[in-house]
Design a protein around this ligand. Structure first.
Ligand code: PAF
Length: 213
C-alpha cells in the first residue's frame, strides 16, 4: 500500500491508475469501514482510503481531542485488505489557512443531527469537496449509519454535476444491534447497553406501525 501524506504527491501517484474508488474516513477503522472497502472492490480497480480527522466538522475542541486515533492499527487493517492507497494528510496540508468558503446546504443540514451541531455538515462538505477534487474518484462509498450525511453528500454530488458513482452501504451492527462506530470506544459498557436498545426499539415501533396500517 502506498501511503500519501501530502496532496502534492497525489497526482503523480494516480498516473496510470484507472477506475478509482474513494472511501473517506476519520480512521479508528472497524467492520463498518471494512464492509465499505470490500464493497468497493466489486466496482473499482484502485482502492483509496483517506484517514483525516477533519477539525472543522467538530463542534467542540474536547470532542476533537478525544476522537479515537489508531493509525498504526488502521494501516495494518488496510494492508491486509489490499488497499492500494492510504491518504493521511496533516491538518496544515488540508487547511493551509482557515477555510473561508461557505456552502449553502439544503434545509436537511440544519435538522436532526444538524440542529445540535451547527456547522457540522458544512465542515463535512468542505472536506468532501477537497477529497473529490483531489482524487476525482469514479466511485465513492458511504455507510448508511450516517444517513443524514449520506443524503447531503449524494445531493452535493448531484448539484455539482460530479461524475461520481455514489454507493451507500448497509450498517454493520454488533450482536446486540448497536451500530459499529468509531465513537463507540468512548462509551462505557452501561452507555453501550442503553445505545443498543435504540435500534431494537425503533424496529419494534416500525413493526407496530406496519401492523396498524
Ligand atoms: O463519516 C466520517 O467519517 C466523516 O464525516 C467523513 C465523511 C470522513 C468526512 O470527514
Amino acid at each position: 500500500m502506498i501511503i500519501l501524506k501530502n496532496p502534492s504527491e497525489v497526482k503523480s501517484n494516480l498516473a496510470n491508475k484507472k477506475n478509482l474508488a474513494l472511501i473517506p474516513t476519520m480512521g479508528n477503522l472497524h467492520a463498518g469501514h471494512i464492509s465499505l472497502i470490500e464493497t468497493a472492490k466489486n466496482y473499482a480497480g484502485t482502492i483509496i482510503v483517506s484517514i483525516f480527522v477533519n477539525p472543522i466538522q467538530f463542534n467542540s475542541q474536547n470532542d476533537l481531542k478525544n476522537y479515537p486515533r489508531t493509525l498504526t492499527k488502521d494501516i495494518d487493517i488496510l494492508n491486509k485488505l489490499g488497499v492500494d492507497i492510504l491518504f493521511n494528510p496533516s491538518e496544515k496540508d488540508i487547511y493551509p489557512s482557515n477555510p473561508t468558503l461557505s456552502y449553502r446546504l439544503p434545509p436537511l443540514a440544519k435538522q436532526l443531527c444538524g440542529a445540535s451541531r451547527p456547522g457540522h455538515f458544512e465542515g463535512v462538505i468542505t472536506i468532501i469537496e477537497k477529497l473529490f477534487s483531489l482524487f476525482k474518484p469514479d466511485h465513492v462509498f458511504f455507510g448508511k449509519k450516517d444517513y443524514q450525511q449520506l443524503m447531503l453528500i449524494k445531493q452535493f454530488i448531484s448539484d455539482k454535476n460530479f461524475k461520481i458513482n455514489f454507493h451507500s452501504v448497509e450498517t454493520v451492527r454488533e450482536q446486540n444491534s448497536l451500530a459499529l462506530s468509531s465513537r463507540n470506544s468512548l462509551l462505557n459498557s452501561a452507555a453501550k447497553k442503553i445505545a443498543s436498545t435504540l435500534f431494537r426499539n425503533l424496529k419494534r415501533c416500525n413493526s407496530r406501525i406496519e401492523k396498524n396500517s
